[in-house]
Design a protein around this ligand. Structure first.
Ligand code: ADP
Length: 482
């Protein structure tokens, strides 16, 4: 595959491509075949430290670079990404599994963070006011927080990177990016694009490693990193928050979800089924916003289940590079086992399988689109993020019951509701304990919107007008009025 061949396979440090000091490499595999695509340098803690040194060395110069210059680099990178949509989409399909059509959509979505933050880079503002007692003028400015560590997961190899790199570059921060070891190629390709777009050496550094815990902890404890932006599981997020507490590092945390989706009896059923397909099946269900618990009003539950199962059963599962594929493989065999375990547990406790639910034969970590009804309250799926193409249907009778069940989780990232009653839509939206709500839609992600969660789904927001603020500090200067 030339797209794989063309991607640099080394660590990106100080603007140059370098082998790991140990000479070690890690394997990047194609989840559709289980075969190795290529090998990439596998960083040790010493390599991580070199990347931090490069970011620290570049920080002062980058902070002093005019916002317009930072903006235009991002904008050029946006143009290059769009021009290379086909190559980047294929690269993501090969290393992560999603069908090409979804990979193309991710290129557009991921690139948009660069365009959006190229526009935000030149709008960083401050303020000036007179103190209430009249004695001082208060001049407020905003400055980059400093060298940042960005840690990303494998499910959206491009967009999870651009969503953090875009605002960091716009704000004038330098970066050490640690992508997930399953999908490093897209990040390495992105580094090459940013270099081509004119990003100065040292502003972005990339370390890929199989030893995330061993490499990251000393960097957080070393006192040079001023900000951590992490997207991943709540378990790892907790560990990183504890490490950041010791050196009081600012954090943005995009953690796990357990999204409820509620279909009321006054919903438009076509819209609800379509929206559920998107909320459940985008990215094979491997999204932290994926609908995990689907609550349907008892009066329409049977019809909804039949329609959803028909749609799910008609999806074509296969290699994402092949035309017509709707559902690619899950990221790896461990991901597939986790989804299957949750299904088996639900069935053992009394759930019914309307479609799917069986492990396929053959290579690749494929799992069939699955619909379950009759989920019991003790089933693991109620509080396990499935991260797979499994729709768990539950029923409810009253609005109160639905809201209480939806909120009965430690997570609070996204929720979806389907209703044509405006009063109910607003009332329920206000009561749902989540950072984002899809109202009669199954898609909430948008670079122009503040993405993030409440409760144990995270801290801070990415994207929107507030996204750049995660990478800026306020400074105020007191000036006597004299
Ligand atoms: P997932 O289950 O989706 O892989 P993780 O939270 O395990 O989610 O991984 C998200 C990112 O966090 C990846 O880049 C992974 O390498 C990294 N990671 C995992 N464990 C640690 C750790 N202890 N310290 C730092 N980063 C970690």
């Amino acid at each position: 595959m030339t797209v794989v061949h063309d991607v640099p396979k080394q660590l990106f440090i100080g603007g140059g491509w370098q082998d790991a000091e140990s000479g070690r490499t890690l394997s990047v595999d194609n989840p559709a075949t289980g075969e190795e695509l290529c090998r990439v340098a596998d960083a040790s803690p010493a390599d991580g430290q070199r990347a931090v040194e490069a970011a620290v060395a570049a920080q002062a110069g980058w902070a002093a670079t005019p916002p317009r210059v930072r903006s235009e680099i991002l904008r050029r990178a946006y143009d290059i990404i769009i021009a290379r949509t086909e190559d980047l989409a294929l690269l993501m399909t090969l290393e992560m599994g999603k069908p090409l059509a979804e990979a193309r959509a991710e290129v557009a979505y991921g690139a948009e963070f660069f365009r959006w933050f190229s526009e935000e880079a030149v709008r960083i503002d401050g303020g000036m006011m007179t103190a209430p007692d009249g004695r001082n003028r208060l001049l407020v400015t905003r400055q980059p927080v400093g060298p940042c560590l960005l840690i990303t997961p494998w499910n959206f190899p491009l967009a999870m990177g651009t969503r953090k790199i875009g605002p960091a570059i716009a704000a004038g921060c330098t970066i050490v990016l640690k992508p997930a070891p399953q999908t490093p190629l897209t990040s390495l390709a992105l580094a090459a694009i940013l270099k081509e777009a004119g990003l100065p050496d040292g502003v972005l550094n990339i370390i890929v490693t199989t030893d995330a815990a061993g490499v990251v902890e000393p960097l957080l404890r070393g006192g040079q990193i001023r900000k951590l932006s992490f997207t991943g599981s709540t378990g790892v997020g907790r560990i990183l928050l504890a490490q950041c507490a010791d050196t009081v590092i600012r954090t943005s945390m995009e953690l796990g979800g357990n999204a409820p989706l509620i279909v009321f009896d006054d919903a438009d059923l076509d819209t609800a089924v379509e929206g559920t397909m998107v909320a459940k099946m985008r990215n094979m269900g491997e999204s932290c916003c994926a609908a995990n618990r689907i609550y349907v009003h008892t009066s329409i539950a049977e019809e909804f289940a039949t329609r959803l199962a028909t749609r799910m059963a008609a999806l074509k599962v296969g290699d994402g590079t092949q035309p017509g594929t709707d559902v690619g493989p899950l990221i790896d065999m461990a991901g597939r086992s986790k989804a299957h375990d949750v299904v088996c547990d639900a069935v053992k406790r009394g759930a019914t399988v309307l479609t799917g639910g069986e492990l396929p034969e053959g290579p690749g970590s494929f799992y069939p689109p699955t619909v379950l009804t009759g989920i019991t309250p003790d089933a693991a799926i109620n509080d396990t993020e499935v991260f797979g193409p499994v729709a768990a249907l539950l029923t409810f009778d009253t609005e109160d019951e639905a809201v209480t069940a939806a909120n009965d989780t430690e997570f609070g990232l996204a929720a979806y509701l389907f209703t044509q009653n405006l009063d109910r839509a607003l009332r329920v939206s206000e009561r749902l304990e989540t950072g984002m709500i899809g109202l009669n839609t199954g898609l909430v992600s948008n670079p122009a919107a503040p993405f993030g969660g409440v409760k144990q789904s995270g801290l801070g927001r990415e994207g929107g007008r507030v996204g750049i603020g995660e990478f800026l500090e306020y400074k105020y200067i007191a000036i006597p009025t004299g």
